[in-house]
Design a protein around this ligand. Structure first.
Ligand SMILES: Cc1ncc(COP(=O)(O)O)c(C=O)c1O
Length: 391
């Protein structure tokens, strides 16, 4: 069997850098105790690692107080904490049609169970949301604008800086879903007027699954909606107001945090997010050029790759996405993701909901020119085969 060509990095990056595995293994073996709960040396060492990771990630997003970098299970968890923590008292939220279900579903539940109002802003033909459309949707009772930074379906990167400026002028909480961008697109919360960056650890931050977080601005007011043990002030009846405890409860995923810390070092060793983005986008450009030559291939919101991350959706005309994906898997050992990719409104807008979605290719730091050329050849041959079935 030939080597697996993994082009599903938007789901989770794979493989993880060997130094991340090693660090997590060594740390958990030598120091895998509960951090911040006790005063013995190992507990303090574990707590120091957690604090180092908070500090490092807070700097990475240009946040403020490192204690406002709180750890969650993943981006879904982070987005739930922000959406519920901002909309507790009711009100209106603005979001887009480009969102993942980790934004759409919490908002849907608040809308249907708690009477919150939600506006979903469309994107244009090229896959971009216009800041002016966000401005027009704001109301006197708008409490939250939550926007996908980089699409996990069509790969477009939204103009968060302009949207942040509009929200700051109106004093509205602005959160971004940075699941696909953290680690490949620089995020400067202060320059971009972002109140909360919600991230997941297992994509381009190169940690394991089960860890993510929120980087909350120093001035951000987020109500806690999850309560429990914090290891400090145990006699207090209510959950602690101070950060990081305010948004964290229960024993932490110390192994995940160790992985995130090692992931930060890996990113720095590559030359930072821009260097990783450059490598991945050069391969994406090659894939895009290859697909453009195949008449039967339809790509979505990809007239060009400006302001894109290395994520591309396509279909071979006449074939359902799932069938193209299966042929790529079985005949070429290429892993892609097919279907609606947990972002159904994107497909409704680009018209792929009725044909059961798209085939998504997403590139990671360990992909090579050979991987891309095999993917192009695979798609050329599948398209030829599909053409011959039609005749
Ligand atoms: C844009 C986007 N948002 C949110 C998520 C959810 O991430 P997680 O499953 O790690 O919570 C994903 C994961 O695919 C994503 O691509």
């Amino acid at each position: 069997m030939s080597e697996l060509i993994y082009l599903d990095n938007a789901a989770t990056t794979w493989p993880k850098p060997p130094e991340v595995h090693q660090f997590m293994h060594d740390f958990y073996r030598d120091c895998g105790v509960s951090p911040g709960r006790s005063g013995f040396d190992k507990a303090l060492e574990a707590e120091q690692l957690v604090h180092r990771c908070r500090t490092q990630l807070s700097r990475f997003f240009n946040g403020g107080d490192p204690n406002r970098l709180v750890f969650t299970y993943n981006a879904t968890d982070a987005l739930n904490l922000i959406i519920k923590g901002i909309l507790t008292g009711g009100g209106h939220a603005v979001t887009t049609k480009i969102e993942h279900n980790s934004v759409l579903r919490p908002l849907w539940h608040l809308e249907h169970e708690r009477g919150i109002k939600v506006s979903h802003i469309s994107f244009d033909r090229k896959g971009f949301v216009h800041p002016e459309d966000i401005r027009k949707a704001l109301r006197n009772d708008t409490k939250l604008v939550v926007i996908n930074h980089g699409s996990n379906v069509i790969g477009t990167c939204q103009p968060v800086e302009e949207i942040g400026r509009i929200c700051r002028e109106r004093g509205i909480f602005f959160a971004i879903d940075a699941s696909q961008t953290a680690g490949v697109v620089p995020i400067d919360m202060q320059a971009m007027n972002i109140d909360a960056v919600c991230f997941t650890g297992h994509k381009s931050l190169f940690g394991p699954t089960g860890i993510g977080g929120i980087c909350a601005a120093d001035h951000a007011v987020i109500k806690s909606t999850r309560w429990g043990g914090t290891g400090v002030k145990s006699a207090q009846k209510s959950h602690l107001e101070e950060y990081p405890y305010r948004l964290e409860a229960g024993t932490m995923n110390i192994m995940g945090i160790a992985g995130l810390l090692a992931g930060q070092e890996f990113i720095a060793a590559q030359g930072g997010p821009q260097a990783i983005w450059k490598h991945e986008m050069a391969l994406m450009q090659r894939l895009w050029e290859g697909f453009r030559e195949v008449a039967e291939v339809e790509m979505y919101c990809a007239e060009d790759l400006e302001n894109h991350i290395p994520v591309l959706s396509m279909n071979v005309k006449g074939l359902e996405a799932m069938n193209t994906g299966t042929l790529l898997d079985v005949d070429y050992n290429i892993a892609t993701r097919t279907g609606l990719q947990c972002a159904p409104q994107v497909h409704e807008q680009i018209g792929t909901d009725l044909i059961k979605g798209t085939v998504r290719f997403s590139i990671g730091p360990f992909n090579t020119v050979e991987h891309i050329d095999t993917a192009i050849r695979g798609v050329q041959e599948i398209a030829k085969m599909a053409g011959s079935w039609k005749r």
